[in-house]
Each structure stands twice: as C-alpha cells, then as structure tokens.
Design a protein around this ligand. Structure first.
Ligand code: ADP
Ligand code: MG
Length: 606
C-alpha cells in the first residue's frame, strides 16, 4: 500500500476525515465520534479549542468562538479570536489540523497528503483558499474535489457506463443540489443550485421559537432571554429534531429551566412530527425549487436520472425523501451514511489517485420494507389490507423506527398487530412475518393513538413493539430472520399472483381484490378472520398526492410523443399540478389533476 492520502470533508458545520483500509473507506473516529464540529474557540484561560469543546462553549461564549468559517473562505476578511485576527483559511487550517492529528493517531505515522472537498459552486478564490488552508495545516492538497462528486463515488466508483446522479445535500447551514454525470471514470457536474443560507440550523431555530413561544404562553417566561436557558433549549430542540427523524413524536424534558415566584419551572413538552414538518415545509419547498432548476439547467427529465442520493445530516428528516420522491418519482438513497459519505468519497478519490484498488461502500441494509397491516379509509373506501411501512427498504442496519396508528372503534379494548415484509401496498402480496395482540387498552373513543416500533439488528432479529401512547401500555414480539424470509421463489410467486390479478381487473378495487385474493394460495388467508383494528394516523393530502404522482408519471411518458403545440400546454399543466402539490393546496391539486386527466385522455386517444 502506498503512502496514505486522507479524504477530508471540510464542512460548514461538521468535518470528517477518512482513509482507505483493506480496500474500503473508513471514517476516523475520536472518542467514538466520527464527526468533528467545524468550530474553533478559545477557552476561558486562552487555550485553543477545536471541534466539540468549541461547539459546546459557542452558545455561552460566542465572542470566543468561531463557527461556519467556510462561508468566509475566499473573502478578504479577518475574524477575531481573543486578541488576534485571523484570515478564514487560518481558522480552517486549525480544523484541518484537528483532522490530521486524528488520522496520525490512528495510523501511527505522520500524514502529508489529502484530498479536500468543496461545494460544486465554490469559485476559484474559494478553492484556492481551501488549498491554502490545507497547506497551512501541513498537508499537500493533491486534489480539490467537488462534494457531490465525492458522494457519487461512494455508491458506484467502478461503474464505467454513462449514468446520472442527482445529489441532494442538506447540511447544517447550507443546501445544494447537483446533477453529476459519470462515464468511463470521468465525473462531471452538469448543474448545481443551492442556497448558502439554508440548513438544519434553520430547522433548530424554527423549533426553538415554537418551544419558546409555547412556554411563554403557558408560564409567561421568555426562555430565550437568558443565555443558559437559551443554550439548554437549543440543545434540546436539536436532539428532538434528530429524534423526530425516526419517531412520530418526541418529549422535551428539561428540569429547572426557569424560576417563577420562587418556584422552579420545568420544560415538559411534546412535539409531533406532523407539526414539526409543517414548520419546516416552506424551507424544504425552496430546496425543491432548486431541484427543479438543476434539472432544467442540465436539460434532464426526472426519469433520466439513474439515482438520487442524499447527503448531509439534515436529509435524515423523512419529509426530505418524501418530497423528493414525489417530485422525482424514484426513491432517494441514503444507504451510505449521509453525514460521512463525502469524506468517504474523498478517500475513494485519494485511493484512485494513488492507484490503489477500492470498491464501493457496502453497508448492511434492509432488503425489504417492514410494516404492519391496517385498515385504510383514506382512499374513499374501507380497504382492509393496507400495508403501512415502518422501516423502508434500503435502510441501514441496525435501525429503530416507529410510526403512529389509531384505533377504529370506540372503547376498543385490543388490537391485533400483523407484521409483514414486502413492497406492495396490499399486504396480501407481501410476506407475513408474525402477529401479536395488545389487550387492555384504555376505554376511550376511536382514534386512541398507538405507536408501533420496529427495532431491527444486524443479525436480522426484529422486535416489534406496540405502545398505547396515553398510558404507556405495551406489548411486543420478536421475529428471527426478518432480513431474508421473502426471497427468490416467494417473490416470483407473489409477483405472478399480482400479475394475474392485474390482468383480470385493470384497476382493481377492494372488493375485486378480496374475491380474487382467496382463489390463490397465500399465507394470510387462514388467519384472516376480520377487519384490521388500526388505521394509520392520517396525513393531510395523502390521497391527493398519490393521485397527482400517478398522473404526472403518465404525462411525463407521453410528453416525448405529443406534437410540439400540445407539448407546451401539457408542460404548463404538469407544472400547475406540481406547484399545487408543493403549496399543499389540496383542492387546487384535485382541480389541476382533473384537467390534466381530461387532456391525457384526449392525447392518449389521438
Ligand atoms: P455540513 O456538511 O453543512 O457541515 P452536516 O452534513 O454534518 O453539515 O449536517 C449537519 C446538520 O445535520 C445539523 O443541522 C444536524 O442537526 C443535522 N442532523 C444530524 N442528524 C440528524 C437527524 N437524525 N435528523 C435531522 N437532522 C440531523
Ligand atoms: Mg456537508
């Protein structure tokens, strides 16, 4: 093996360093943490702090702490730290030194070379400043690499065929989307758009305001007025935000956060994922406009993208993948850790430069979606075989995810939980893994909320827990081999079954399916003795979105075939549907869909 070359992601909020070991990229940890916050500070007694320690003191000692220096790279400005002034590249050099020391400690040798990544939109000055920062840190910068290029390398470094990848990168303080084209080992950025003032920090801020206002209306105290309580609430909301990426609600608990009339006040608040998503949705819609523009600049239709890749910690927010999937009609991948994938890609590039052999980043993922059966009344009819996903396919392992459901009957005492694996939204085409009953529920009206949580480990052991939200009553089941049961012949069989059903009924409604389903052998018929007793906790606009997506797909296929004068009109209508979905104006969506549907009918006939 040749001299090691580091792969470095020098981020606005967080930085990481990776190397290649045994042909695979590995991000170097310190105290078990792969992330080095991009913060530099001076302690009270004048000691230099880099990373976590600097980040921790930022809220209480902003005058001694520098953050987001990346924003200033390439500018002719100085920042003050203590009684000294520094150029941006000097501050960045301190972060790079921190990363270099990490690597040296692991490797037991000094390291001299690095590939450092920058955003695709960085200009020459910003790139040169980054190179200079590397040199100040004692590193020879063998290449300045675009971040989206690095990310795309982690998925497929050896693919020589022409393929196009959309890289959506939402970090702490910046957002950018790039379309990358790779062929015969040459990777080129076709287009790039973004917003350098939009990221997870803004989500924290929105949630912070929400919490502070609510606390103020309850207790008449402004938590943002005091530095310490402000710092505590900020930290609590960032953690809550992360938690909401995996679970439908979260409880904030901060004891002794304030005092009133000599009495201690505690912060105890529940935050619902739906409410949180409504807070951040306008910001995410802005990112979707950038996606649209990047596609237009690259002159590509969504369907000509081979892959959509998620980068940046904030893409863990489920609404991001949902919106992207709605827009692009294909799933967004985050199998390679979104926080670490740029650093890993930089290490892969470093190995390619050194002529070392290197493969794609392989991670253990769930090959199939896991979820439960429930009743669906969202689509206008009661459909008793709805598959409600909890852990989506391609989720990295181990994982823990939960979703919210609600009871269908008043005073419902018990619920049967049936666990399935598969991709069809009708459970009868999926594979049943097991079932259990939770009994003794509170005697309340229909709509009693239950969370169902799936914990899946690397060995394929799945634990499914149902928990009544109001009381904490819970019951669980453990299923072995949840990773590999639905395979080969079973898939083919289920697919055949589906094909046969489809042939007989172009748009099968619930009744058809129920009848047909019984004619075929399947593994659910014997214990299918009634209606499911749960519905998914409804999400506004779900039905409209589904309808719009199906129509858009159809229209996009037709777009290539219609005469030019119709094409303009069709494109206008497509845009109207997309905009209405983005704006969440559900009656406008329905209207626009109806118009589009009429035109499609006419065009298909022509
Ligand atoms: P950058 O590349 O801009 O330096 P990162 O890609 O490291 O930043 O992203 C940092 C942001 O990701 C922070 O705002 C952090 O709160 C957010 N983040 C990290 N994990 C999660 C999560 N599980 N859910 C939502 N946001 C997250
Ligand atoms: Mg980043």
């Amino acid at each position: 093996m040749s001299e090691p070359i580091l792969g470095i992601d020098l981020g606005t909020t967080n930085s990481e360093v990776a190397i290649i070991q045994d042909g695979k990229p590995r991000v170097i940890e310190e105290d078990g943490d792969p992330i080095l916050p991009s913060f530099v500070g001076l302690s009270e007694d004048g000691k230099l702090l880099v990373g976590k320690a600097a980040r921790n003191q930022w809220v209480v000692a902003p005058e001694r702490t520098i953050r987001s220096i990346k924003r200033k790279m390439g500018q002719d400005v100085k920042v003050t730290l203590g009684d000294q002034e520094y150029r941006p590249q000097e501050i960045s050099a301190m972060i790079l030194r921190g990363l270099k020391d990490r690597a040296a400690a692991l490797l037991g040798t000094t390291v001299k070379k690095a590939v450092i990544t920058v955003p695709a939109y960085f200009n020459d000055d910003q790139r040169n400043a980054t190179r200079e920062a590397g040199e100040l840190a004692g590193l020879e910068v063998v290449r300045i690499l675009n971040e989206p290029t690095a990310a795309s390398l982690t998925y497929d470094p050896k693919n020589t065929e022409l393929h196009r990848i959309l890289v959506y990168d939402l970090g702490g303080g910046t957002f950018d989307v790039s379309i990358v084209q790779a062929q015969e080992g040459v990777i080129e950025v076709l287009s790039s758009h973004g917003d350098t003032q939009l990221g997870g920090d803004d989500f924290d801020e929105l949630l912070f305001k929400h919490v502070v206002l609510k606390f103020q209306s309850e207790h008449g105290i402004d938590l943002s007025a005091n530095v310490v309580s402000r710092a505590r609430v900020l930290r609590a909301v960032e953690n809550a935000k992360k938690e909401l990426s995996y679970h439908p609600f979260v409880r904030l608990e901060e004891e002794f956060i304030a005092e009133k009339d000599g009495q201690a006040l505690h912060l105890q608040m529940e935050i619902d994922r739906n409410d949180y998503e409504e807070l951040i949705r306008p910001l995410l819609n802005r990112t979707m406009d950038c996606v649209q523009r990047a596609l237009e600049d690259a002159k590509l239709a969504p369907s000509s993208l081979d892959k959509v890749v998620l980068v940046g910690g904030s893409t863990r927010t489920p609404l991001v993948s949902r919106l992207l999937e709605e827009r692009l009609g294909q799933p967004a991948h985050q199998e390679v850790n979104p926080d670490l994938c740029v650093a890993m890609g930089a290490a892969i590039q470093a190995a390619l430069i050194a002529g070392d052999d290197v493969g794609a980043v392989l991670v253990d993922i769930t090959p199939h979606t896991l979820g439960i059966r429930c009743l669906d009344y969202m689509h206008g009819i009661d459909f008793p075989f709805r598959f409600a996903p909890i852990v989506r396919r391609n989720t990295p392992l181990p994982t823990s995810r939960s979703e919210m459901f609600a009871t269908v009957a008043d005073s419902q005492k018990e619920v049967e939980i049936e666990v399935y694996q598969g991709e069809h939204d009708d459970v009868r085409f999926n594979h049943k893994l097991g079932n259990f009953r939770i009994t003794g529920l509170a005697q309340v009206p229909a709509g009693n909320q239950l969370t169902v949580q799936c914990d899946l480990n690397l060995d394929g052991i799945l634990k499914v827990t149902a928990r009544e939200k109001a009381t904490g009553l819970q019951k669980n089941v453990t299923i072995e081999n949840a990773l590999s049961r639905f395979e080969g012949a079973e898939i083919t069989e289920a697919r055949d079954r589906l094909d046969r059903l489809w042939e007989q009924s172009a748009s099968p409604d619930a009744a058809d399916l129920e009848e047909e389903g019984e004619e075929y052998e399947n593994d659910f018929a014997e214990d299918d003795d009634g209606m499911p007793e749960l519905v998914p906790a409804p999400r506004e606009g779900q039905r409209e979105t589904v309808q719009a997506r199906a129509l858009l797909e159809k229209a996009e296929r037709l777009l290539e075939k219609v005469p030019p004068e119709d094409k303009v009109e069709l494109e206008r209508m497509l845009k109207a549907v997309r905009n209405a979905v983005t704006d969440r104006q559900w009656d406008v969506v329905t209207k626009a869909c109806n118009e589009l549907s009429d035109v499609l009918f006419y065009l298909e006939d022509a």
